[in-house]
Design a protein around this ligand. Structure first.
Ligand code: F3S
Length: 282
């Protein structure tokens, strides 16, 4: 059984940066509160908790006034309120997400109707909607635009095909279209590499939080091509997945630490040895 491990699996730049900022802020023994999980990965959230980085769902649970803004960014109304209430804000909004927010603001200023291509419940998209001040729509198959000037901004972690779909569908309806391609190149590399690996293997393992949007998308893409499994840890692996399997691929979402990927690869290598000794054990 040959094992292919994606080079682009593991934390993206924005997630690494957010974890570093949170860890630095909690180093002196202060608790740091994150509105929602800092990263969509249960093991990492647990480790962060031990370091004093605590996930809360509302500000009433913040005991000191130290709040970290996640890499996805935040709705500007919440940011304004935090500033007004004199919270100690650690802004870990990924600079690439911040860029998307600035493009949205610019389009609104210039009088374009903003169309956001992304998942409506994703915190990044909610933030982008906020920066449009209620003057944006989230693209869906049914979206029609009456405005003649339209500006398109995609969520940083979506597949480029979704942006292409929106552009192709809306362009006949408008006079002028401005497109900001804010899709993060880390997302593009990750998807491209996973696609290359999945073509070569019999089974694909996707590592990452079940609540992570980008990991789920990666899994959906792999699953459409080959038998694939989305796992958070090696304890979920079933040896029967690898019966008659000669090649296995491993990839991971942007919220999965590299060590977790290596741990899975190590486990599969051990399994490979056991499988080699005789299949009766499984
Ligand atoms: Fe930022 Fe790209 Fe990660 S936008 S949060 S570096 S996937």
């Amino acid at each position: 059984m040959k094992i292919y491990v994606a080079k682009h699996g593991g934390f993206c730049f924005g997630v690494k940066r957010a974890i570093r900022m949170a860890s630095e802020a909690s180093r002196d023994g202060h608790e740091v509160y994150s509105l929602g999980q800092l990263i969509h990965n249960p093991q990492v959230v647990e480790d962060l908790f031990k370091k004093g980085i605590i996930t809360v769902d509302n500000l009433r649970r913040v005991k000191n006034k130290k709040v970290i803004i996640r890499s996805h960014g935040i709705h500007p109304a919440v940011l304004t309120m935090l500033r007004r209430e004199k919270y100690d804000i650690i802004d870990a909004t990924c600079p690439r997400v911040r860029r998307a927010q600035q493009f949205v603001e610019k389009l609104v200023r210039e009088g374009y109707k903003v169309v956001i291509v992304g998942e409506k419940d994703h915190p990044e998209v909610q933030g982008l909607l906020g920066y449009a001040g209620g003057k944006a729509v989230i693209y869906s198959e049914k979206t029609t635009v009456r405005d003649k000037r339209v500006g398109i901004v995609p969520q940083t972690t979506i597949e480029i095909s979704r942006l292409q779909h929106a552009v192709t569908r809306l362009i006949p309806e408008v006079l002028e279209m401005k497109i900001y391609n804010t899709i993060c190149y880390e997302t593009i590399h990750r998807l491209k590499e996973a696609l290359n690996i999945v073509k070569k293997v019999d089974v694909m393992i996707v590592v990452g939080g079940k609540n992570s949007g980008n990991t789920t998308r990666l899994y959906e893409m792999c699953r459409a091509m080959k038998p694939s499994y989305h796992i958070e840890s090696e304890s979920e692996i079933k040896p029967r997945w690898f019966r008659k399997v000669r090649r296995v691929g491993i990839t991971a979402g942007a919220s999965t630490p590299r060590e977790q990927v290596w741990q899975i690869a190590k486990y599969l290598r051990q399994l490979k040895t056991t499988l080699g000794r005789g299949r009766r054990a499984f």
